[in-house]
Design a protein around this ligand. Structure first.
Ligand SMILES: Nc1ncnc2c1ncn2[C@@H]1O[C@H](COP(=O)(O)OP(=O)(O)OP(=O)(O)O)[C@@H](O)[C@H]1O
Ligand code: SF4
Ligand SMILES: [Mg+2]
Length: 337
């Protein structure tokens, strides 16, 4: 059994402008010790998905359907109190993009980590402080003993993100959800943080849901990837398979827009157009307004996720059978001609 099983999750926002179908039938699983990437452009519904898992959606938003089974328990059935006391920050912890907003400026970093350790274990104040120093050391902060006594503003951006990761680890969670944790950092620091996620996973065997708009980042850390577009998962596969053999026209476009280190920036090939509103999304396939290989049926049929390879599925009507056969050449194939 997987650690996390998300099935047919739907989260809508009931706004004056209409119902925002931010997450509309999302399913994915995360195994123990596995890292999965949730990838897609801005507005795809990545953050709303991960917040929905932990009951962090506030009005006018609401999880309207679906189940979130975590370690055998359906989190959508839990009360706010149960989630707060038994799940958030203990079994599952979050690492956000902006560490400053998650750190309290008036307490030292060591104090903030020790507090969580004390709350979740029966360690004394002194032991909790020692554990905080150990955790700062684990996340690669030099001179952890001195650093533990400093305040968040005395840390650089990269160090703050490390401190936040130490905080996330302090309760020995089974799952870490990291929402764009490196986006605000420069490229070198970003690479170091990605390495850190790899090390953590090896040492603690923690599962990770890694949210990013950057397929290059996914390559560094993720075992499997779910590609999201306008509230839906359009393709899902192990990273290597997705990278070598992308099936969905959206994934193909995304991969073509990744700048590889050996390419010049002008090789960048962004996807044309912008993502439509989630208030009144296109009928049929939501990607059809930007899809270079769309056919008439794409407006009529909502494509289900179909197996297109081992542990690989894609939601595009051009795939008819299992391990699908394409009727039209793909953008990827066209681009390579
Ligand atoms: N509080 C809210 N009220 C109304 N709509 C919302 C709210 N929060 C999110 N949405 C909408 O839900 C959709 C998904 O947003 P979400 O934040 O999950 O995107 P994302 O994939 O995380 O994008 P980004 O890469 O920019 O973080 C968007 O259309 C967004 O406008
Ligand atoms: S279903 Fe149609 S519009 Fe959607 S990705 Fe496939 S070809 Fe493109
Ligand atoms: Mg987001």
């Amino acid at each position: 059994m997987s650690l996390l099983e998300v099935e047919d999750l739907r989260t809508y926002f009931y706004t004056e402008g209409g119902i925002v179908q931010a997450v509309d039938g999302v399913s994915f699983e995360v195994g123990r010790g596995e890292t999965i990437g949730l990838v897609g452009e801005s507005g795809a519904g990545k953050s709303v998905t991960v917040k929905s898992l932990l009951g962090l959606i506030n009005p006018p938003g609401k999880v309207v359907d679906g189940s979130v089974r975590f370690d055998g328990r359906d989190l959508t059935e839990c009360t706010e109190r149960e989630l707060r006391q038994e799940v958030r920050g203990s079994e599952i912890s979050f690492v956000f993009q902006d560490p400053m907003s998650a750190l309290n400026p008036v307490f030292t970093v060591g104090h903030q980590i020790a507090e969580i350790v004390e709350y979740h274990t029966d360690r004394s104040e002194k032991e909790a402080h020692e554990r905080a120093v150990e955790l700062l050391d684990d996340v690669g902060i030099p001179d952890p003993e001195q650093r533990a006594d400093q305040y968040p503003h005395e840390f650089s951006g990269g160090m703050r993100q490390r401190a936040l990761i130490a905080m996330a680890l302090s309760c020995s969670p089974k799952l870490i959800i990291a929402d764009e944790p490196t986006t605000a950092l420069d490229v070198t620091i970003q690479a170091q943080i990605l390495d850190l996620f790899d090390e953590i996973q090896e040492k603690y065997d923690t599962s990770v849901v890694y949210v990013t708009h950057d397929l290059g980042v996914v390559r560094e850390v993720c075992d499997r990837v779910a590609v999201m577009y306008l509230g839906k998962v359009v393709e899902h596969a192990p990273y290597e398979e997705l990278y070598r053999n992308p099936k969905h026209p959206y994934t193909q476009s995304l991969l073509r827009s990744v700048v590889r280190p050996d390419e010049r920036a002008d090789a960048l090939n962004p996807i044309e157009g912008t993502m439509p509103s989630a208030i009144d999304p296109p009928s049929g396939c939501r990607f059809r307004t930007r899809c270079p290989v769309a056919v008439d049926d794409c407006a009529r049929i909502e494509p289900p996720r179909i197996d297109v390879g081992p542990n690989h599925d894609s939601a595009c009507i051009l795939y008819k059978d299992e391990y699908g056969k394409m009727e039209e050449p793909t953008l990827h194939e066209r681009g390579q001609r």
